[in-house]
Design a protein around this ligand. Structure first.
Ligand code: AMP
Length: 462
């Protein structure tokens, strides 16, 4: 037995069995360092980012001590964004698969109160949510945390960046002082240290060094002369590497929109993600990128927070980030959970000082590489492998992924392997279909029935 086997931990047999069924064979660094302390009931500060396996670290801690028979709130996980909260809740449910009747509720802003209140009334063990909405529930008297035993602050640095300090203070006053507090943060600035001092008791500090980034993420730097040259450089990098999914970071909203539009006009499958999008468009954009109906997502740092996309083939910095921590956060989105990733950064003379800053984290210091050949501009722009169909039926109509899959693959349907991700929202759903069979899929869904009804379906155009 190696020291990083989950079986070395004091975890219930059910949780251990489920971990191996999930294919979690060994602990990740952050899990190996934090879980023994978490399971011993200590307060823990863990410095680690998305992709490090941090969710399972605190998730297993929560689940191991949970009393299923007690339908009162026992744990609260606070996250900066709805996307992260959804992702965390999903991972906790996966980890809890082997235990019956565990209820995880998500309480996030931008969603109606009604269903959240009913979910609380029917008794939730674990709550995952964003600070603003949790605070709102207190003011409505719909949430009681008197029975809480574990508090998790996830991406604590981002929560502070987003101005949640005041909400956090209010929430902290509403829970028992005697509890276990776990704080996860990608960075460990002074502000976090002072919060930790106030709200934690003798915390154990766990730091997973960033050598991970250099070992599994290949970094490339390219020098550009002007903005026109920058766009060409971006296209050349895309055409040479042909990533299935690539995230392009810009420093401003305006540039994000312009770059996405120019790529699109050139024939690339590209969309923009920025703060001006309405929630509906943001959700749809994220669905289309995650389900591989869009190959390239151009985003600002703020908009990309909490984004949960597995297996990004490449991250491209259209401009160098303003500081090295943001740079590390950006490139950490490729090469997740052990797979190798690639990061490409463009910079001009004016940004050279930022490269020096960013590179102080890179060993060895990298030189700018020559740009790929311009002849690549004659090759086919990158297209997405899938397309998205929207179905006007969702959770409210009790539509489940299995129903959609069944309707598509039933008699004279398309093959299951042509169907990609399915996302069910309250009153509509999305399903990704391989572009080769999109017509057949539309026809099958149009004719067929879901839950005994026929719903309107339409293809989302590029
Ligand atoms: P996180 O940092 O929590 O966002 O986790 C990143 C990804 O790694 C998630 O998709 C997890 O399902 C996966 N993961 C977490 N722990 C392990 C593990 N010990 N072995 C394999 N995959 C893991």
């Amino acid at each position: 037995m190696s020291p990083t086997d989950f079986s070395t931990l004091n975890l219930s047999a059910k949780l251990l069995k489920n971990l191996s069924s999930l294919g979690y064979e060994k602990m990740t660094a952050i899990q190996a360092q934090s879980l023994p302390h978490i399971l011993a009931g200590k307060d823990v500060i863990a410095q680690g980012k998305t992709g490090s396996g941090k969710t399972a670290a605190f998730g297993l801690g929560i689940l191991q001590k949970l009393d299923v028979k007690n339908f009162q709130v026992q744990s609260l996980v606070l996250c900066p964004t709805r996307e992260l909260a959804d992702q965390v809740a999903k991972e906790i449910r996966r980890l809890a698969r082997s235990i019956n009747n565990i209820k995880v509720s998500t309480l996030c802003g931008g969603m109606p109160f009604g269903p959240q209140i009913s979910s609380l009334q029917s008794g939730a063990h674990i709550i995952v949510g964003t600070p603003g909405r949790i605070e709102d529930h207190f003011s409505k008297n719909t949430l009681n945390l008197d029975t809480l035993t574990t508090l998790v602050l996830d991406e604590a640095d981002r929560m502070l960046d987003m101005g949640f300090q005041k909400s956090l203070d209010i929430i902290l006053r509403k829970m028992p002082a005697k509890r276990q507090t776990l704080l996860f943060s990608a960075t460990y600035p002074k502000q976090i240290q002072s919060i930790a001092k106030r709200i934690m008791v003798n915390p154990v500090l766990v730091q997973v060094t960033s050598t991970h980034d250099n070992a599994t993420i290949e970094q490339h730097f390219y020098k550009v002369t002007d903005d026109k040259n920058r766009l060409t450089a971006l296209m050349l990098i895309l055409l040479q590497n042909r990533p299935g999914s690539a995230l392009v970071f810009c420093n401003t909203k305006k540039e994000t929109k312009a770059v996405a539009e120019q790529l699109y006009n050139y024939g690339f499958s590209a969309l923009a993600l920025h703060g001006d999008l309405e929630q509906y468009d943001r959700d749809q954009t994220l669905v289309r990128f995650a389900n591989k109906s869009t190959a390239i997502l151009v985003a600002t740092d703020v908009a990309a927070r909490g984004l949960d996309i597995d297996a990004l083939d490449a991250v491209i910095n259209y401009q160098i980030a303003h500081d090295s921590e943001i740079h590390i956060h950006r490139i950490g989105r490729t090469g997740r959970a052990g797979s190798k990733g690639a990061a490409y950064s463009l910079y001009s003379d004016r940004e050279a000082h930022k490269v020096a800053l960013v590179e102080s984290n890179v060993d060895p210091i990298l030189d700018a590489e020559p740009l790929p050949s311009h002849s690549l501009l004659d090759t086919q722009p990158i297209q997405a492998q899938m397309a998205t169909i929207k179905i006007a039926g969702g959770k409210k109509h009790k539509v489940r992924p299995g129903d959609i899959l069944g309707a598509l693959t039933g008699k004279q349907g398309i093959a299951g392997k042509q169907v990609g991700k399915i996302n069910i929202f309250d009153t509509w759903s999305y399903v990704a279909i391989n572009r080769d069979v999109i017509r057949a899929a539309l026809k099958k869904l149009g004719q067929g029935q879901l839950k005994g009804r026929s719903f309107r379906v339409r293809l989302i155009r590029d």
